[in-house]
Design a protein around this ligand. Structure first.
Ligand code: ATR
Length: 262
């Protein structure tokens, strides 16, 4: 756990991750490691902001001289509303996770960060997205446009249909592992629940990807079937590295950032 401060008590710093809760965030460690590796004098902290206070809190952080924030659950939409100049990608996805407090620009590095993490698996992948919440939406907004074929399954079918209609995806009625890449964006792993997936139908080269970090039941079952698994850590590093470069115009060392969150 990091120390997270309340926004009214925020210390002098340059960058922050904002959320509620936010003390579990690995972003301060990850960014601090990159500053140290590059000899940069910046400070990155975790700031808790209750829902409904994001606009006021961001004005306050800007007045303290903060240059930028990363935004985590549940503030991505509220932060987007604060931003005066969201870029085209943030508008398409509908949420921003990276804000420049000096000029009101905002972007979304979650989705391009995810693309970074799957580029090694090939082009024009056959991808199944499990879930239809905010994370699924960010992926749905970029995957087809990058040449991937996407099918989507969600417990509540109507939500899957809404995303499918907006981003040109196919809806499926059962979660399947018959794909090149199966991405779990649901929050089942955080509850005492599991997804019924027929892992026996998976191709040997299928990759099981969970957006949550750590050893989830979803990844455990895929591993038992001999499949390659990826958890949320590469995605955390990729989005963080892209935010870093967006603010500072410097590519940070991703290996150092990964080492810092293990
Ligand atoms: P996020 O923004 O993090 O994606 P969200 O909007 O709360 O979070 O969405 C959570 C996703 O997990 C949804 O797709 C949800 O399915 P529903 O749309 O049917 O609610 C899914 N989810 C949560 N608990 C689940 C469970 N026990 N089984 C299957 N899907 C579940």
């Amino acid at each position: 756990m990091n120390e997270a401060c309340e926004w009214r008590d925020a210390p002098a710093a340059d960058f922050a991750v904002i959320g509620d809760p936010v003390s579990h965030s690995r972003s301060p460690r990850m960014h601090t490691a990159a500053y140290e590796a590059l000899g940069l004098p910046y400070r990155y902290v975790a700031v808790r902001i209750p829902a409904g206070e994001v606009g006021e809190a961001l004005d306050h952080l800007a007045s303290l001289g903060y240059r930028g924030v990363n935004v985590t659950v549940p503030h991505k939409a509220e932060a987007m509303a604060w931003a005066r100049h969201p870029d085209a990608l943030a508008v398409r996805i509908g949420v921003a996770n990276t804000i420049d407090l000096t000029d009101g620009r905002a972007t979304n590095t979650d989705a391009p960060g995810f693309l970074d993490t799957i580029s090694e698996f090939g082009e024009a992948l056959d991808i199944v997205i499990l879930g239809a919440g905010g994370t699924a939406r960010a992926l749905a907004a970029v995957l087809p446009a990058n040449g991937h074929r996407v099918r989507i399954w969600n417990r509540t079918r109507e939500r899957a249909q809404e995303l499918a209609a907006e981003f040109d995806l196919l809806v499926i009625d059962e979660p399947t592992a018959a794909a090149a890449l199966v991405v779990n964006t649901t929050s089942v792993g955080l509850q005492n629940a599991r997804l019924e997936i027929d892992w026996a139908t998976a191709r040997p080269a299928t990759v099981a990807y969970d957006m949550v970090y750590g050893h989830t039941q979803f990844l455990g079952e895929a591993h038992e079937h001999g499949l390659r698994t990826v958890d949320g850590k590469p995605q955390l590093v990729a989005q963080g590295a892209r935010s870093f470069a967006w603010w500072l115009g410097i590519e940070p060392p991703r290996d150092v950032m990964m080492e810092a969150i293990l």
